[in-house]
Structures are given as C-alpha cells and as structure tokens.
Design a protein around this ligand. Structure first.
Ligand code: IMP
Ligand code: MG
Length: 187
C-alpha cells in the first residue's frame, strides 16, 4: 500500500513498514493467546501516549478475553534525551489489582527506566502478575538492566517516530516507523 503524508519529508528512512508492523503484531498476539490461555483477568495496560497505536492493533488481534486500561508516564522532557526521571501523570485506579494479570504495552524500550519503574510499581501495588510487551527495543541504550517479556523488533540507536512515537508531539499518526532526520531535532 502506498501512503504519503506531508511529514514524509522529515523521515530519513523507513525503519519498519506497515507490512512488517502487521506481521509483528500478529506474531505477538498469537504468543499472548497461548501464554495467557485460561487467565481470568488479563489487562492490557497501554502506556500513553506513544503506545496507543500499537495497543489498538494488538488488542484486535488477541483472541482471548482481555480488559484494557491506561497509564500515562513521562520520561522524556528534553527533546530526544531522556532525563532519567519518571513521572506518573495518569495513574491506574483499580480495586481488583490483586486479581489482574497485567501486561504492560509499551512503544519502545530505551534506557529501560520506564518499564523497570512501572513493573516494580505494579508489583508493589499488588498485581497478580506483571509482564511487559514492547514493540521496539533499543538495547544499546540500556541504563538499567531490563528484558521485556514480549518484543517486536530490535532497532539501532536512532531516534524514531511514527506509529504512536513522537518528536515534540508530532509524527504520531504516521502509519510506519521511520528514522527522523537529525536536522529536524538539531534545528
Ligand atoms: P526509557 O524509559 O528510556 O526506556 O524510555 C522509554 C520511552 O522513551 C518510550 O516510551 C518513548 O516515549 C521514549 N522514547 C525512547 N526512544 C524513543 C525514540 O526513538 N522515539 C520516540 N520516543 C522514544
Ligand atoms: Mg512512551
């Protein structure tokens, strides 16, 4: 399928095409179906905003019963550089956390701080189980040791946008994942 956006000109290279994303989400959904078969309360926990497109596609492909929920955290305050601090902007308010198998849905794992903080937070909060699923993984950037349970694709140390991922709140609606031209953020 061809697609064009007025933002395509800012993209140096398409890193993950729509077709590849479709294959990845199909594969992960099938694995979730298998691993959580018989689970009573599986909650797909979307981390806003970056994971919203991945979440939407993934939840449609999972065929076992799931609930969905949302948290909003921020770790990036300074252009493309992580500040290392995690802020919870929208918390999870569930009285039934101890009955829930939580699967955290993330767009990308970079330093590892967001997912390691969140899994600890949810475990301390009393969740029945906590696992993590990320579409992209930049292992070369890890600052804290963390291995996600489900992982779509390993990517190089480049700043990527599209399919939910942003730079300064732009590019989230691109249906593919692309490497942003450095001149866009070095302006
Ligand atoms: P971590 O806490 O450093 O692992 O950061 C994870 C968060 O950083 C992700 O949820 C994204 O919001 C953001 N992030 C990391 N790398 C990129 C990127 O290449 N493009 C856009 N956002 C990114
Ligand atoms: Mg994010």
């Amino acid at each position: 399928m061809t697609y064009s956006s007025s933002l395509d000109k800012d993209i140096a290279k398409v890193l993950v095409s729509q077709e590849q994303i479709d294959e990845i989400t199909t594969r992960i959904a099938a694995q979730i179906d298998k691993d959580y078969e018989g689970a009573k309360r599986l909650v797909l926990l979307c981390i806003l905003k970056g994971s919203v497109v991945f979440m939407g596609d993934l939840m449609k492909k999972v065929s076992i019963p799931v609930e969905i929920d949302f948290m909003k955290v921020s770790s990036y305050h300074d252009g493309t550089k992580s500040t290392g601090r995690i802020n919870i902007i929208l918390d999870l308010h569930r009285k039934d956390l101890s009955e829930c198998d939580i699967l955290v849905i993330e767009d990308i794992i970079d330093s590892g701080r967001t997912l390691s903080y969140l899994t600890e937070y949810l475990r301390l909060g009393g969740a029945k189980s906590v696992k993590t699923c990320t579409l992209l993984d930049k292992p070369s950037r890890r600052e804290v040791e963390f291995t996600p349970d489900y992982r779509g694709l390993e990517v190089p140390d480049e700043f990527v946008v599209g399919y939910g991922l942003d730079y300064a709140e732009q590019y989230r609606a691109l249906p593919y994942i692309g490497i942003l031209k450095p001149e866009v953020y070095n302006k």
